[in-house]
Design a protein around this ligand. Structure first.
Ligand code: NAP
Length: 397
């Protein structure tokens, strides 16, 4: 033990060398001068020593100045909200219209949320967006390819580019990369393969980066249950790709945002680690669809579509994507890469670090997490639309 303490003491004299004062001896022995530990992240202790002021609320100063790439998306709004709520300044690079980050401005005190126009293909604009930051969070990701951006561009190259610029910056204390559950070079899904390549690239450039792999996320703006509910309402049935027996572990989006913030607030324990963030329950696709039907109060009707047929239905977009001189609509239910992800179960692996290791209890799906689905009920939330439900004036609140 004394030998370990002596080594850790030596380590603390070299604050820029690595995060491995928190690692067990075996990792230390791996070699502090190994290129894997060669990042320029300025801390090996999280962001804990930043100057803080106030009681920890929205008008306090958390000391965190975070550039959140991909903040305009689904998860982004929850991450920005939770960062702003504790008095952080959030720099929001956006590429669309001035309106795309507008909803985020209200989440923090005046001047705390700073939208910054950037071009993901212009390195200088990325550097400008990071210039004043001490934390970088990368939420950029895409589930389908477009004419302009392939999976490789969005999920791998961009992640690598952001990590490289963050490393050159020299003042970034934490880098958090959002990947996805099931990311693996051997996945049948190209999106997951490129996410795995993105993880690998980020860790190669910044070994202290924290990787989060959320399962499919649910919440008011989600693209899973909302898509199913819309489809079921429009066509009176839901296609069950395969036989619906694939297992998934949906997670509430705000819990994933809480995990990001918890990792930032820790003493550096989460640096260099990979977390798998799944909800507390595992469902088959069919079970999840039943819950969706239950909440929207429609009779469950399914059409089972075998994988080869579903793939054939999704194929025309893939073939035409780069062949026609105009953009194609975004895929919805019949989306080839998504169909590929449903060919195998996607659940948190046995020995993975999870919400628990970040001190978070993830919320169950039924109840608050999917309450937004009541907006799909015919006649409004108080009315039933199935013949099993009687509606009378007494039902009015
Ligand atoms: N949603 C899920 O169920 C789920 C599950 C597991 C993992 N994830 C991962 O979690 C992260 C956040 O997911 P999300 O659902 O919030 O995604 P999202 O709603 O699609 O938002 C993605 C964000 O990335 C940006 N982005 C996409 N393509 C880009 C490009 N070519 N250049 C620059 N920015 C680009 C978008 O910017 P614009 O607004 O300008 O398009 C948006 O801000 C992603 O990495 C995703 O892969 C999501």
């Amino acid at each position: 033990m004394q030998a370990v303490a002596r080594r850790l003491g030596q380590q603390s004299l070299k604050p820029t060398s690595s995060l491995h004062s928190i690692y067990p001896l075996s990792h230390y022995d791996y070699g502090a001068d190994h290129p894997r530990y060669g990042s320029t992240l300025v801390t090996n202790k999280g962001v804990g020593h930043l100057v803080r002021k106030g009681t920890g609320g929205r008008s306090s100063v958390s000391g965190i100045v975070a550039t959140v790439f991909g903040a305009t998306g689904f998860l982004g709004r929850y991450v920005v909200q939770q960062l702003a709520k504790m008095g952080s300044q959030v720099l929001v690079p956006f590429r669309g219209s001035e309106d795309s980050p507008r909803h985020l401005k209200l989440m923090g005190d005046l001047g705390q949320i700073v939208p910054m126009k950037y071009n993901p293909r212009d390195e200088n604009t990325i550097k400008a967006a990071m210039a004043k930051a001490n934390v970088v969070i990368n939420l950029i990701g895409k589930e389908y390819e477009t004419r302009n951006y392939s999976f490789e561009d969005v999920n791998h190259s961009m992640a690598e580019q952001l990590a490289t610029i963050a490393k050159e910056h020299g003042g970034i204390m934490r880098f958090i990369q959002i990947s996805c559950l099931g990311a693996s070079p051997s996945s049948p899904s190209t999106m997951r393969k490129t996410k795995a390549a993105g993880e690998e690239a980020v860790l190669r450039v910044i070994p202290e980066a924290t990787i989060m792999r959320p399962a499919v996320m649910v919440g008011t703006e989600d693209r899973l249950l909302n898509t199913w509910a819309r489809f079921a309402k429009k066509y009176s049935f839901l296609p069950l790709i395969g036989d619906g027996s694939t297992k998934i572990q949906p997670v509430f989006v705000a819990d994933v945002a809480a995990a990001v913030v918890a990792a930032l607030k820790d003493d550096g324990t989460s640096m260099g680690k990979i977390y798998e963030l799944g909800g507390p329950e595992v469902f088959t696709v069919h079970e999840l669809a039943e819950i969706m039907y239950d909440v929207i109060r429609e009779w469950p009707r399914y059409v089972k579509i075998p994988f080869p047929v579903a793939k054939a239905m999704a194929m025309p977009r893939e073939i035409l994507l780069n062949k026609v001189p105009f953009p194609l609509p975004a895929p919805d239910i019949f989306h080839l890469d998504n169909i590929n992800t449903f060919t195998s179960d996607t659940v948190v692996s046995d020995n993975a670090l999870t919400f628990e290791d970040l001190g978070i209890e993830s919320r169950k799906l039924k109840g608050y997490s999917i309450e937004y689905l009541i907006s799909y009920r015919k006649g409004g939330p108080q009315f039933g639309s199935t013949i099993s439900e009687r509606v009378s004036p007494d039902d009015w609140p």
